[in-house]
Design a protein around this ligand. Structure first.
Ligand SMILES: Cc1ncc(COP(=O)(O)O)c(C=O)c1O
Length: 420
């Protein structure tokens, strides 16, 4: 099921008034739901012998109010860029609260990661080892299993993925890190995205454990942690089965326990989930502004792809409800569209919905991860505001909408010229 019944109960009685007060469109996030998922994740992995920690993938929902909620849950942050690092530090995260997983990394990014208390560096390539300006004691590498594993549609086939250190480079990568002074070690991978079959993640845990056994034997080192990446899936469609989180936690713990019995030591387990933590706890609320009947019926809304790329980019399904007409059966088949000059600017294609008129509010589900964050400004279309439905029932503006001034802020209207 997309949006939970609890979230619906919290939102629907007040959504009209929220829209009237703040104006549409907006993404709204449900603090109580995010917290409940955070607690459920901690609970599921409680059995991991050396302990578990979630590093929330900041890219999924980079808003400091959301990061505060994650921090209160005891989570760290997975950062892939300098702004994500700085944002995480703004909410108090430091040092080993931060994991810096970049790729095609530039020198200034290493400098930023190592500054201000540092971060766990997760290197994406063996050739980055000599490029780290001051080599830290704790180092991790991102592993790409290549033909040893298959990925899925969003993340792609590992053989074709640009990420990570290849299998035949991994021992040498740690050897070179040791030569530069590394004494503490982690291992990371991410091979699937939006995967609801928990067995894929358990296979990832097994793969990392096998790899750690091999590398630790070759180099006489132990690993402090393994990071299974993100990629836990959510049910975007009403008929989708949810991921079996309890089974994932139990089976991962069991594999690590077995490893400990065999080797006399075991790593901590880290995860860097984004979508699973916040995806179902966000919605995009938008208002119908036009109807158009040509070869199809188009329902035009006041949000567009600048607010949510996933349908246009991945053909992703996002469930839509009409809070004011939830008791009405579907009456027409329509495309729900934004105003961008791109024909894939559609939130729904040939979707059966209740009869829609100008002024109706639509709730587009599951926009809490990789939603607002992925938005862009093509066509001069601006990104909408973000609201937090707090656990106490109040609604807080946590990011205002972009303005034309924001959009023009990087332009130079007076000449700024270099001449040879
Ligand atoms: C390295 C890395 N970690 C974590 C994530 C979060 O993935 P998800 O939100 O699907 O859990 C991503 C997503 O792009 C990623 O690239």
């Amino acid at each position: 099921m997309p949006m939970s019944p609890e979230f619906e109960r919290r939102l629907y009685p007040v959504v009209d008034r929220i829209a009237a007060h703040f104006g549409t469109p907006f993404h709204l996030y449900d603090e109580a739901g995010i917290r409940a998922t955070g607690e459920a994740v901690k609970d599921a992995f409680r059995g991991v012998p050396e302990g578990f920690r979630e590093y929330f993938a900041v890219k999924a929902l980079p808003n400091p109010r959301i990061l505060q909620v994650m921090r209160a849950l005891g989570f760290g942050f997975d950062c892939s860029s300098v702004p994500e690092l700085l944002l995480s530090r703004r909410v108090g995260a430091r040092g080993e609260d931060l994991m810096f997983t970049s790729n095609n990394t530039a020198a200034f990014e290493f400098e930023a990661a190592l500054a201000d208390g540092g971060a766990i560096l997760n290197l994406d390539d063996i050739r980055l080892v000599p490029k780290v300006p001051r080599f830290p004691e704790l180092i991790s590498f991102r592993y790409n299993p290549g033909p040893r594993r298959t990925g899925n549609a969003i993340i792609g086939n590992p053989v074709e993925a640009k990420y990570g250190v290849a299998h035949d480079q991994i021992v040498e990568a740690y050897r070179r890190a040791i030569a530069r002074g590394a004494r503490r070690f982690g291992l990371h991978t991410m091979v699937v995205s939006n995967e609801r079959n928990h067995r894929f993640m358990v296979q990832t845990v097994e793969m990392l454990l096998d790899l750690m056994a091999w590398v630790s034997g070759e180099l006489d080192i132990r690993f402090e942690f393994m990071n299974m990446g993100g990629g836990l899936g959510i049910p975007y469609r009403p008929e989708d089965e949810p991921l079996d989180l309890a089974a994932l936690g139990r089976e991962a713990a069991e594999r690590i326990d077995r490893f400990r019995e065999r080797h006399g030591w075991a790593p901590r387990l880290f995860m860097e989930s984004g979508r699973y933590m916040t995806g179902p706890h966000g919605v995009l609320v938008t208002r119908v502004i036009n109807r158009k009947e040509i070869y199809r019926t188009y329902v035009g809304v006041d949000a567009c792809m600048s607010a949510l790329m996933r349908p246009g980019m991945y053909g992703a399904y996002h469930h839509i409800t009409v809070p004011g007409k939830r008791d009405l059966p579907p009456a027409e088949t329509v495309d729900v569209v934004g105003s961008l000059c791109e024909n894939n600017d559609k939130f729904a294609i040939q979707r059966a919905l209740p009869p829609l008129e100008e002024g109706d509010l639509l709730v587009i589900h599951d926009t809490g991860a990789h939603g607002h964050a992925m938005g862009f400004n093509y066509n001069g279309r601006l990104r909408p505001k973000e609201l937090l439905l707090r656990a106490d029932g109040a609604v807080e503006l946590i990011r205002r909408e972009e303005t034309v001034e924001d959009h023009f802020a990087t332009l130079r209207f007076a000449p700024d010229v270099w001449t040879p």
